[in-house]
Design a protein around this ligand. Structure first.
Ligand SMILES: Nc1ncnc2c1ncn2[C@@H]1O[C@H](COP(=O)(O)OP(=O)(O)OP(=O)(O)O)[C@@H](O)[C@H]1O
Ligand SMILES: [Mg+2]
Length: 273
């Protein structure tokens, strides 16, 4: 009985937060982020004290040699990996103050991912692939239909909505993956080398769509890339070497160090995710 009480109270009385949209809060504030992988007795330090301020509504490219830590950094920003040392503030809130469950919700609602491999579900059509995660987010069928149509039109794939992924080209599949991320209406899309498997022309088309999303939809995008063409679309280019970021215009000024102003509205959760 006591166990059941604690289980129910953790599900139904815990507070959660709805991320707000004040323009003046940084999307991410990262402080002294260090991360290592353990392989048997070996420890591989992938990030070595990263600090950066990532503003809202910007397209940011992250470049650097293979193994410099780009994917690891994106996984930490996307709350896929847990912070070991240092801090990540998302819209002014220190993610360390959030439970695993709450971080999952934030990731589901506010963060979109586009990977090098498209991770499409082969048995579903284009529109079903885009709709799938929206339905899992609990949106109504009407809302899902509206968002799917909007996202597929934005990436120029509406006419192909009834096709299965295996009948599409690589560029078209990458655009389905983009539509899936856009349809979520996230605050940020984290894209890990999204054009690496595409020819230059198709890569350019993908970048034009991403640029349009930042300018028209107000989404922020952080892209890891080796490609100078991709970097040409950026508002800010950041470079990484051996787990460290080079100093640039997004480096924080520690002289003015303070906890970023919170930008979150409180919301009661009625369900347990
Ligand atoms: N799952 C893992 N287990 C152990 N070590 C890992 C793992 N993932 C990455 N690493 C190591 O962490 C370091 C950073 O890797 P990461 O994948 O973040 O680099 P990257 O900049 O994305 O490289 P690339 O351009 O090749 O994608 C590398 O030394 C890598 O070998
Ligand atoms: Mg990588």
């Amino acid at each position: 009985m006591i166990v059941l009480y604690f289980f129910l109270s953790s599900c139904y009385t815990k507070r959660d937060y709805l991320v707000g949209s004040l323009k003046n809060t940084n999307l991410f504030s990262v402080r002294n982020l260090t991360f290592s992988y353990t392989l048997g007795a070996r420890k591989i330090i992938a990030l070595k004290g990263i600090s950066i301020e990532i503003p809202q509504q910007q397209l940011i490219t992250l470049s650097g040699p293979s193994g410099s830590g780009k994917s690891t950094f994106l996984h930490l920003l996307g709350l896929i990996e847990s912070v070991q040392e240092g801090s990540i503030y998302f819209l002014g809130e220190d993610m360390a103050g959030y439970s695993y469950q709450q971080q999952n919700r934030i990731r589901k609602e506010y963060i979109g991912f586009v990977f090098q491999r498209f991770h499409l579900i082969p048995v579903l059509t284009v529109e079903e692939n885009v709709a799938y995660f929206l339905l899992r987010m609990g949106l109504s069928r009407k809302e899902v239909k509206k968002r799917v149509e909007h996202a597929l039109r934005l990436v120029g794939l509406y006419e192909h909505r009834h096709k299965k992924p295996f009948t599409l080209s690589g560029g078209q599949r990458q655009r389905v993956a983009l539509a899936r991320a856009i349809a979520k209406r996230p605050k940020v899309i984290l894209a890990d080398e999204p054009t690496a498997n595409l020819d230059q022309e198709t890569g350019k088309q993908i970048m034009q769509i991403l640029r349009k999303m930042v300018d028209l939809e107000g989404i922020s995008i952080v892209i890891s890339t080796h490609d100078p063409m991709v970097m040409g679309y950026a508002d800010h280019q950041i470079h990484m070497t051996d787990g460290k970021l080079e100093d640039g215009d997004l480096s924080p000024s520690f002289a003015k160090e303070s906890v970023p102003a919170s930008n979150l509205e409180e919301r009661s959760l009625n369900t347990c995710s």
